[in-house]
Design a protein around this ligand. Sequence first.
Ligand code: ADP
Length: 222
Amino acid sequence: MRVLMIAPPGAGKGTQGALIASHFAIPHVATGDLLRDHVARQTELGRAVQERLERGELVPDEIVLGMVREAFVAAKAAGTGYVLDGIPRNIEQARAAYQIALELEMTADVALHLQADDGELVRRLLARAALEGRSDDTEDVIRKRLAVYREVTHPIVSWYGERGILVSVDAMRPAEAVGREILTALEVMRSLIDHVPEGARRPVDLTGLGDAFGASPSDAAG
Ligand code: ADP
């Protein structure tokens, strides 16, 4: 299974990425974690990106694309898929990552979009800030990261829709419920992937499920 995730900060990419990785026994490649590790170790790359990370700005594309190439090469050598978390974040990265993946015959089977609104995201990120103290989890930087997401990352969702590999889920619910829905959707997709070429598939939008099956008073009565 080869999956990439597109989600605003705080939507649960890290949690769901880890779940997908363990369910399918595939590596979880999180560009944010890799970058923070470089900063913690004060490598040359870490020192070069530290300020951008702390301001909530994107780091240069070639840095993260290099990480993705390495991850694709390693996954191919190990004969596994992957779950990408944190990349692509703009249309240039999306196109470049696609070219690299085409070259290595490792293109994504599913682009998983986690949808959540800003009020909930800010609340979650501030709660995480109190627990983990990540240096980019201050309110100003959180707002900056959300703005970057809305302006440059979210527009790539439709590009994956056109490619026929998009699956959207509602990430506003508890992590366990979101995780169950994601694994169910991916298991269903898995059997499709080998039989239906991506150009012939339709985007899968599960974001209305909460409303369709939510516990409204009439449901409770019926
Ligand atoms: P979040 O999604 O919660 O903002 P991440 O851990 O995915 O957190 O990313 C943290 C930071 O790492 C980003 O704000 C950005 O500075 C940098 N970063 C991660 N992935 C990329 C990427 N693909 N392109 C550019 N910058 C990135």
